[in-house]
Design a protein around this ligand. Structure first.
Ligand code: HEM
Length: 502
């Protein structure tokens, strides 16, 4: 066999005789053959896929682009795509691929590398690590509530999402690497501006870009701004990693540190080792800090805002939660770890809000092997599948009167009767949200403390306009204008906040 290959190469070499024309000719033939083979492969794969897709209801599938155009259509159109059955729709590519450019590891890794990272990161979400975060989140929430108190006496209308998003960013910076940014009070900080630039670009722009114009984006003004913002954030993270490495050599030092201060995610990441004793590289650590920061803060902010919106719509549930919190905390205005498990009504309201308004409305998966459903329908390996959490949560075969806000759906008795995947705001299976406990803690603390200080009500004339990007948001924000009855501000600890949704 080897001699045949050698003879073939020698024959070709003799034929070429260092003739440039012949070399170019050969290269062209090779390139064309490669392209033709690729095109045949792509055509065969698309034929197979289109045949398989015919048995699924859904919008017509373009022979080359699949449903990619419908998936990336902006705002209102995007929403109508989401509201239209089927709950499972198929696209040519996964949106999260876009994120590869800024590279948050765990979210985008595949196979054994993902498994290794997931295993190394899991201890960072152990309850012993999360416990001290409750007081950090409480402090960040207090700053936000103080700000609201001040703002509602001054301004006609205050946009809620911006403040909540800053609060969740403040919390994640404290918990991820003990960074005291003061970002809620001072937004002039260039580091915070960069974080916001990245969040904005990920949520509003990158999501819609098809592969074809990726490189044009890179050359554009937005692309350069995005790249600059990434560099700025990474520079800061690298600085913190370098400093922390001096004081933290290995896992044995974690206990010593824990006696002095709380452990943050960075401590865990720096000390993480697998069975072979391999840890994460500095680059991996930096990328995981990105994952926490950008996977963390806007999703939780969305969850908090939509819960406040639901409670404003349903004052009877709001009052029930407030009474529960008052009874639990007494004179205290702080939340402790043990309190978190003792607010069933508030927890059920948060879950019901996440059912109706899931902060992450859809997720994408690429099939690593073919799949045959129980009814015989089939999808080939490599298919990109969009799982529409928003629609699953409103499926009448799973939820009776799905549009009705009924927190009692989440009572232990009612929950046990339901399919385990009927409610999946944090996705499900091996790649579910690693930060879900953290997110639930943050939402409980923020909602409970907000209810203690303010009463939320809604202007029924203004309804929110949902825009499902990476994170479900209201197109025009969530506004809290100055109360109409200021004298009630003076009575008791509960103040009035009216939420308007323009
Ligand atoms: C209400 C808040 C949150 C919601 C609704 C949420 C939802 C989700 C969902 C649906 C996924 C699956 C994504 C996919 O499959 O493409 C996910 C993954 C992930 N989330 Fe969250 N998340 C929240 C908060 C957080 C927080 C606070 C953190 C970090 C501190 C976090 C870190 C992650 C990470 C690292 C992954 C990737 C996990 C993996 O692939 O193994 N999330 N999240």
């Amino acid at each position: 066999m080897t001699s045949v290959v050698v003879r073939l190469i020698t024959a070709i070499w003799c034929w070429l005789k260092k003739d440039v024309f012949r070399i170019v000719y050969l290269l062209t033939v090779l390139c064309l053959t490669y392209m033709v083979l690729k095109a045949i492969k792509l055509y065969q794969w698309r034929r197979k896929l289109n045949k398989a897709l015919q048995s699924f209801p859904g919008p017509p599938v373009h022979w080359l682009f699949g449903n990619v155009h419908e998936v990336r259509l902006k705002n209102q159109k995007q929403l109508s795509c989401i509201e239209r059955p089927p709950a499972l729709w198929l696209e040519q590519r996964s949106g999260s691929q876009d994120l590869l450019r800024y590279n948050p590891r765990l979210l985008t890794l595949q196979g054994p590398k993902w498994f290794q990272h997931r295993k190394l990161l899991t201890p960072g979400f152990h309850y012993g690590v999360l416990k001290p975060y409750v007081s950090l989140i409480t402090k960040s929430t207090q700053v936000m509530l103080d700000k609201w108190e001040h703002l509602i006496t001054q301004e006609k209308s205050v946009e809620l999402f911006g403040h909540v998003s800053l609060m969740t960013l403040d919390s994640i910076l404290k918990c991820a690497f003990s960074h005291e940014s003061n970002c809620q009070m001072d937004r002039s900080n260039s580091y915070i501006k960069s974080v916001y630039e990245i969040t904005y670009q990920i949520n509003y722009r990158i999501w819609y870009l098809p592969y074809q114009i990726d490189f044009i984006y890179w050359l554009s003004r937005d692309g350069r701004r995005f790249q600059k913002a990434c560099e700025m954030v990474h520079l800061q993270t690298d600085k913190v990693i370098k400093e922390r490495k001096k004081s933290l050599k290995d896992e044995r030092e974690l206990e010593k540190i824990q006696k002095k201060r709380h452990l943050d995610f960075l401590d865990i990441l720096l000390c993480a080792k697998d069975e072979k004793g391999d840890g994460l590289s500095d680059e991996d650590i930096r990328a995981e800090v990105d994952t926490f920061m950008f996977g963390g803060h806007d999703t939780t902010a969305s969850g908090i805002c939509w819960t406040l919106y639901c409670l404003a719509m349903y004052p009877e549930h709001q009052q029930k939660c407030r009474e529960e919190i008052r009874e639990l905390l007494g004179d205290r205005e702080t939340i402790q770890w043990d309190d978190l498990g003792k607010m069933p009504n508030t927890t059920m309201c948060i879950k019901e809000s996440m059912r109706i308004f899931p902060p992450v409305p859809f997720v994408g998966r690429q099939l690593s092997k073919p799949i045959t459903f129980h009814d015989g329908r089939y999808l080939p390996e490599g298919t990109l599948v969009g799982i529409n959490i928003y629609l699953i949560h409103r499926d009448p075969s799973l939820w009776k009167d799905p549009e009705v806000f009924d927190p009692m759906r989440f009572s232990p008795e009612n929950s046990s009767k339901r399919h385990s995947h009927a409610f999946m705001p944090f996705s499900a299976g091996a790649r579910n949200c690693i930060g879900q406990q953290f997110a639930m803690i943050e939402m409980k603390v923020a909602i409970a403390l907000s209810l203690l200080r303010f009463e939320f009500s809604l202007n029924p004339a203004k309804i929110p306009r949902k825009i499902p990007q990476m994170v479900l948001q209201s197109k025009n924000g969530i506004h809290i204008p100055r109360p109409f009855e200021p004298e009630r501000l003076l009575v008791g600890p509960v103040k009035d906040i009216y939420i308007y949704l323009f």
